[in-house]
Design a protein around this ligand. Structure first.
Ligand SMILES: Cc1ncc(COP(=O)(O)O)c(C=O)c1O
Length: 448
């Protein structure tokens, strides 16, 4: 069992200084915040001297592992030569050229690139570009998906009873109980820009598109819903979106801010064999530095060439971020993406081991996910992909076991996100798996 005395004292001080913390989304402080001192590979050390094997992936960006030597050397090399923001968007570099060429090589839809800093920004840029390109005002998004914290994409509650549906409506229908992304202070006008539809509901999608086809600029979605149990779409759903977009000149955009370069070198679109018109990227592809991008059809992105679409941003394409992205992409693409195969092999040992342990302890548990990211779900035992509906997952989910396992794993030195999502990185190895399973055995024995 770990002792977090110093972290707990600092939590008290920190919480007064930072109301809600650096983010109050998907972070919980019941057991005290953890103040980290050092990290290496797949391990983190806190201020009380505890060592953790970590599977939070920093909520996605950490794919090449902590302090990857090649990555650190590349960043140091840049810092030896120049200021990290030397003339962002005023001076350019060979890195700019190489990074874009690599994105074009690996991401099927990518013909041109626009950088920004966060996933939330990239999504807004995709919306603006799509509106400009089509001359239409609305976009479609889906329940269970997350696209950042701006009002027009955050939460809402699908309400099948409303006459003007499918506009999402959150007051009075949305509450913290029925809207996981509920927040006070959200503009109701933001939600009037979009249709919020149930994921996987082909009938509803078709009916909406048929009715509003001349007003819909964009269909934006997570093709693999990593924000909800790594659900894959039901067969035919993505194909239907592609078909409708082609038929009515709507822009199709995959939000690959989690899946981009995490689930494979060609991202989710490579894995699924469906090519959108635009893609938003973020997190993993930059190796840990804040970078995000909209990539896709040159014809759409070219609207920024003549400034008919504005794409500002002080830090866009800043040199340290570009160097980090280049270094991360070089690591990920080497030997035809060999790191993905080895990471998948380590991940399989881990997930097989967790499932076997749960069985041994008589605990119903399933695991579903992709290379690089998966969920464990206590409450139901299944194998492989069975859930493509978040409500179905939630119906089976045993929240108490889910929560206790998270607490007990942390007590055993395994650091994971509370909801059950686990991120792999390429530094995880067999020894980590052994230690994690040893800890899981102890944690599960305390769950009954
Ligand atoms: C699928 C998806 N889109 C967009 C975002 C927003 O990205 P950021 O937090 O970098 O603004 C996230 C963040 O978790 C995400 O998971």
């Amino acid at each position: 069992m770990i002792n977090k005395k110093r972290s707990e004292e600092l939590t008290f001080e920190f919480n007064k200084l930072y109301p809600g913390g650096h983010t109050n989304f998907r972070t919980y402080v019941e057991t005290g915040r953890t103040f980290a001192m050092k990290s290496e590979g797949s391990h983190v050390w806190d201020i009380d001297g505890n060592e953790y094997i970590e599977y939070t992936g920093a909520m996605g960006p950490s794919l090449i592992g902590h302090r990857n030597a090649e990555y650190v050397a590349a960043l140091k090399d840049l810092l030896d030569q120049q200021n990290p923001v030397m003339g962002s968007a005023q001076l350019y570099s060979l890195d700019d050229i190489e990074v874009a060429k690599k994105l074009i090589q690996h991401v099927p839809c990518c013909e041109a690139v626009k950088f920004c800093l966060s996933g939330s920004e990239a999504v807004q840029m995709a919306i603006r570009l799509s509106r400009a390109y089509t001359g239409r005002k609305y976009f479609i998004r889906f329940t269970g998906n997350y696209h950042g914290w701006f009002d027009n994409v955050l939460g809402g509650q699908y309400d099948s009873d409303r006459e003007d549906q499918p506009f999402p409506y959150f007051d009075p229908h949305s509450t913290p109980a029925n809207d996981p992304y509920y927040t006070k202070g959200r503009s109701e006008f933001g939600h009037m820009e979009c249709f919020l539809l149930p994921y996987n509901d082909i009938e509803m999608l078709e009916a909406t598109v048929e009715k509003y086809k001349d007003e819909i600029a964009l269909i934006h979605l997570e093709a693999i819903v990593c924000n909800k149990f790594c659900m894959r779409a039901k067969p035919g759903f993505l194909e239907k979106i592609r078909e409708l977009c082609d038929r009515y000149g709507i822009v199709m955009c995959f939000d690959e801010i989690i899946t981009g370069f995490r689930v494979g070198l060609n991202s989710a679109q490579g894995l699924l064999g469906i090519t959108p018109d635009l893609t938003t990227l973020g997190k993993a592809f930059a190796g840990g530095l804040p970078m995000a991008a909209v990539v896709g059809k040159a014809e759409i992105l070219n609207m920024m060439s003549d400034r008919s679409v504005l794409g500002p941003g002080t830090f866009n394409g800043y040199p340290l971020g570009m160097r980090g992205t280049l270094a991360a992409l070089r690591i990920l693409e080497r030997d035809n993406g060999a790191v993905y195969q080895s990471m998948a092999a380590v991940q399989k040992k881990l997930t097989d081991g967790l499932k076997a342990l749960a069985k041994q302890h008589g605990l119903p548990m399933s695991i579903q996910g992709e290379t690089g990211v998966f969920y464990y779900l206590f409450g139901v035992e299944t194998d492989g992909y069975i859930f493509s509906e978040k409500d179905e997952c939630l119906k089976h989910l045993n929240q108490e076991l889910q929560y206790k396992f998270w607490v007990e794993m942390q007590n055993e030195g395994i650091f994971i996100m509370r909801g059950g999502r686990m991120y792999m990185n390429i530094a995880h190895n067999d020894e980590d798996v052994e230690k994690t399973l040893y800890a899981a055995n102890k944690a599960m024995s305390r769950l009954k």
